[in-house]
Write a protein that binds this ligand. Structure first.
Ligand code: AMP
Ligand code: MG
Length: 402
């Protein structure tokens, strides 16, 4: 077990334990946000046939060298029509956007550049081959246009449909157990005793799991019993792909997650040099990856964002460039000073706003790691390197939360 690792080292260590990568086939309409399990080949050429990019006239370019050419109208090519006239010398065929280019034609004149008189059309503008979209110019049949590991965006779902796929093989969503630990915790909706508080982390963490493409499974809250904790961890390991706990990982006597993991689990690291969120642990329980997240609501949220989220997406095999994430790294000019943390990467909540071509950062509420409102009132996190403060006007690295 390593104790007190840097965030970078923590990320390296988490990559040693990955999620089981299984597949399922789902209807394309459900596939946005999912990770492709296999390469997707096009079943067709795109475009399927030479077609017009404009409403206008399909002509022979050679007939239209001079403005004012008069051509005989031979018919119409509409999108979806099967019978298309051919175009011979001195002829023009009316054509709609997306309609097949008639045999014999090699250029399109825009409708705006024409005048129709009876069965003749006068060409008042250029005839352009460039207004023809050629068969296969976007994609040819059998080309792999979407690679395994791509996380499907709305545009890639549209491309998959263009390629003819009704159903898609994607990586199965991992089931992630979410377990709250603490004697004082009461679910919202139930009566509070003098010393209890509403439990919130399993709600926040479950939402984060969903955002990252997993299925959260909230299990029973664990109050004061090691036996209940063991049973629940066993149930989680048997039914889920990974386990998140919150609370019970710091130094206190009652910090049951750390104790049970020390005695019966396999801990890869404990404590990361970050603030807030110092005490997380990572390892495995009965063969399943487990993150013991801190109990403070802000800490658990931030540790999920910087540690669990990247682990989830890389562990699901998502391609780097397409991975879902909870934040973008940006440079922010601070409008006020920020205090860093000795020996730790300091992630203070900041508000990021765009002004001209700059991003400006400021703080709004107080920064206690128990104050989840601070995550709501701000949209970013500073990334102050260990032992460094920032002065008003300094430009710093930050995470802009999405
Ligand atoms: P712990 O890490 O268990 O020492 O908890 C640190 C702080 O977070 C304490 O103030 C707890 O009451 C609070 N806390 C722990 N778990 C939760 C939870 N699931 N929801 C809300 N607050 C929590
Ligand atoms: Mg506790």
């Amino acid at each position: 077990m390593e104790v007190g690792v840097s965030l970078q080292r923590a990320i390296e260590l988490t990559s040693q334990l990955t999620l089981a990568r299984e597949d399922e086939t789902i209807p394309l309409i459900m596939a946005s946000g999912r990770t492709l399990f296999e390469d997707l080949r096009s079943m067709v050429d795109d475009p399927r046939f030479d077609n017009s990019a404009m409403d206008g006239w399909a002509v022979r370019e050679a007939d239209c060298k001079e403005l004012g050419a008069i051509l005989r109208i031979v018919g119409t090519s509409q999108a979806g029509s099967e019978e298309i006239p051919t175009v011979d010398a001195g002829e023009a065929c009316r054509i709609m956007t997306g309609a097949p280019v008639p045999q014999g034609a090699d250029a399109i004149v825009m409708v705006e550049d024409s005048t129709v008189v009876g069965d003749k059309v006068t060409i008042d503008g250029p005839a352009r081959p460039g207004f023809i979209r050629w068969k296969g110019e976007n994609l040819t049949r059998d080309t792999v246009a979407l690679r395994a590991g791509t996380v499907l965006t709305p545009a890639s779902v549209s491309l998959a449909a263009t390629m003819g796929h009704a159903n898609i093989r994607v990586v199965r969503k991992p089931n992630i157990a979410v377990i709250g630990v603490g004697d004082e915790l009461t679910p919202p909706g139930e009566p509070l005793s003098e010393s209890s508080i509403y439990e919130s982390n399993t709600f926040g963490l479950s939402s984060l799991v969903e955002r990252m493409g997993g299925t959260p499974r909230r299990l029973d809250l664990i109050r004061d019993s090691m036996d209940r904790l063991r049973e629940t961890l066993d149930e989680a390991a048997a039914s889920c792909d990974a386990i998140l706990t919150s609370g019970g990982v710091s130094m206190g006597e009652w910090d049951m997650v750390r104790r049970i993991m020390e005695e019966e689990g396999d801990i890869r690291f404990w404590k990361v040099m970050i603030r807030p969120g110092g005490p997380p642990l990572f390892g495995s329980w009965r063969g399943k990856p487990i993150f013991g997240l801190p109990g403070n609501p802000v800490s658990s949220h931030i540790v999920f964002t910087v540690l669990v989220a990247p682990w989830m997406s890389s562990s699901m095999g998502s391609e780097d460039g397409t991975r879902p994430r909870l934040a973008n790294r940006v440079r922010v000019e601070m409008e006020e000073s920020l205090k860093g943390a000795p020996g730790k990467l300091c992630m203070r909540r900041i508000s990021i706003r765009q002004e001209g071509d700059k991003l400006l950062g400021s703080t709004r509420t107080h920064q206690g790691s128990g104050n989840i409102h601070s995550m709501v009132a701000h949209n970013g996190l500073s990334l102050l390197p260990p032992d460094s403060d920032c002065q008003e006007g300094d430009t710093i690295d930050a995470l802009w939360l999405i």
